[in-house]
Design a binder for this molecule. Sequence first.
Ligand SMILES: [Zn+2]
Length: 168
Amino acid sequence: MSLLTILEYPDERLRTRAQPVETVDDDLRRLINDMFDTMYDAPGIGLAATQVDVHKRVIVMDVSEEKNHPLVLINPEVTPLGEEREPLQEGCLSIPEYYAEVPRALRVHLKAQDRNGKAYELEADGLLAHCIQHEVDHLEGVLFVDYLSPLKRDRVKKKMLKRQKTAS
Ligand SMILES: [Zn+2]
């Protein structure tokens, strides 16, 4: 088991736009395994490669109660289904101990590749739909605090910087 270091807000590297994956090989599968280890250990329900400073379009996720439904998203494409938006409380492994409600599409269509490079599609709603949108945002350099007011975001930033100072 190998744990990766998770970048924390406001680290500028979290703003990097991830590049598409061209070949799904053993090196990529090793990264995916390490990302799952890191996510389950944290513990969290989703982790984008951006958060471990690898700027490829790769996400790992598991929103199941028993932590036995690992989902791999390589080169994900997300399309919201319908106009309905739902606010849900979100957290992020890159913004520890901070939670806020973010409105997102209630239902989405996902197109991605699995750990063998095989294309798949699915429709998601509720927590899974939220999580997919949150993680795909990471690949674009977007964080959930970007949906908050500048004032709130500034407060989070100060809190994180203080936390990082006391931790080092
Ligand atoms: Zn996140």
